[in-house]
Ligand binder design. Structure first.
Ligand code: GDP
Ligand code: MN
Length: 389
């Protein structure tokens, strides 16, 4: 799960990590009020969306007076902000963060992430901060360094000092960097984070380290033990189909193609996407209905696929083990009755109760193309979609 920058900063503040004073607002008058309450300006007004690159897109602006803070908030609240991370359609800004501006001497990059290669949390840092880290990684990878953290020991003070020295910090800043890094690591572990990115971490002209941007992701599987963080979820920032799917415990990820896939088992779902691509098609989604899905869940899954306007054909690929083919067939028929299927539908069923499932589909009156085996199923759906185009 992702949260907004201002929420990430609230959590950082709780762990005594230095962030600017600021407050989130939903209204431009409230933006002006908060500017005054924060004390002397200038202030920074920052659009809160779940995407980076806001600065270049006009979502981070400096204001010299409280009235200017209000004017910028008027501009930003309701605007569609397009950045290289939002896609061309952009995202609507509903909240802005009003913050005390700081005087930047230098910008650094800092992140903590779960490295699956080492099975450890890795600290990544660079003195080339403020820019796209992907670009730094591509062009000057030697400017990024890594520190792998042993989970039994945690981030050792000597490691934090090593990072601080590599960033080229002076003695006074190294002293600030060590607790900053150690507190961030503590937060990362205690709050079950999967990614923290501070870009930039800045050195102010006054000589202080300050996190002026923060992106924080959490491990969804641990959210049950973080009530406060769960409440930070902003559904407006998420794909509506993915929200629906998560309510029904379906693993669904929207993709760019036009062939909807309903599959049981993550491995088979991946293989189904591969074989669709092999025959020249493009999957519209990843969807694993899981082993013990009920008719209701299958119906919901099918409705989610159908609600995607890009979908020009559907492939149902089921290998019945725990999942019974007749349950899938009933779910498909139920959903088709409720919402209607106007696109080609290819169904491949195999395994437990396959005869029963096939019989149900055959007698349903639905226009279903049945297939034996994955290869035939993929070929048929790709052909059907291409023929309809
Ligand atoms: P992003 O573009 O979405 O990553 O948003 P950031 O929060 O990283 O802001 C973008 C850029 O705005 C930063 O890299 C800074 O250069 C600048 N910026 C942000 N806050 C301040 C501030 O308080 N003072 C100054 N001078 N610049 C700031
Ligand atoms: Mn940033």
């Amino acid at each position: 799960m992702n949260i907004h920058e201002y929420q990430a900063k609230e959590i950082l503040r709780k762990y005594a990590v230095p962030v600017p004073d600021g407050h989130v607002v939903y209204n431009s008058n409230s933006a002006r009020d908060w500017a005054k309450r924060l004390g002397e300006g200038p202030w920074i007004v920052k659009a809160q969306i779940h995407a980076g690159g806001r600065g270049k897109g006009g979502g981070v602006k400096l204001a010299r007076t409280p009235d200017e803070v209000k004017r910028l908030a008027v501009e930003m609240i309701g605007m569609t902000l397009v950045t290289h991370q939002t896609g061309p359609e952009g995202k609507t800004v509903k909240r802005v963060l009003v913050e005390k501006a700081c005087n930047i001497e230098k910008e650094y990059y800092l992140s903590f992430l779960v490295d699956r290669g080492t099975s450890q949390v890795t600290l990544m840092a660079s003195a080339a901060g403020g820019m796209d880290i992907e670009e730094v990684a591509a062009n000057t990878p030697e400017q990024i360094f890594f520190e792998s953290i042993d989970p039994l020991i945690g981030l050792a003070p000597f490691q934090a000092r090593k990072v601080a020295f590599k960033l080229g910090l002076g003695a006074a800043q190294v002293k600030q960097a060590v607790p900053l890094l150690m507190n961030i690591y503590k937060m990362f572990v205690e709050e079950d984070c999967s990614l923290l990115e501070i870009n930039p971490l800045v050195l102010t002209k006054e000589g202080n380290l300050l996190c002026i941007d923060a992106k924080l992701n959490f491990d969804d599987n641990a959210l049950f033990r973080h009530r406060v963080i769960r409440d930070m979820r902003d559904y407006d920032e998420e794909d509506p189909n993915e929200i629906e799917a998560s309510q029904y415990d379906l693993s669904y990820i929207a993709l760019d193609g036009n062939i909807g896939c309903l599959v049981n088992g993550a491995g088979l779902a991946m293989a189904t996407m591969d074989i669709i691509k092999h025959y020249g098609g493009e999957p519209a989604n990843f969807l694993d209905v899981g082993g013990g899905a009920t008719i209701e869940r299958v119906t919901e899954a099918f409705k989610i696929i159908l609600s995607d306007a890009k979908v020009k054909g559907i492939l149902v690929n089921i290998f019945g083990g725990i999942m019974k083919c007749d349950i899938i067939a009933t779910g498909v028929i139920e959903a088709a009755k409720q919402v209607g299927v106007k696109v080609p539908l290819v169904v491949r069923l195999e395994g437990t109760n396959v005869a029963k499932g096939k019989k149900l589909l055959a007698e349903s009156g639905l226009n279903i193309v049945s297939a034996d085996g994955m290869t035939e199923a993929a070929e048929k759906i790709v052909k059907a979609v291409q023929a309809a185009a």
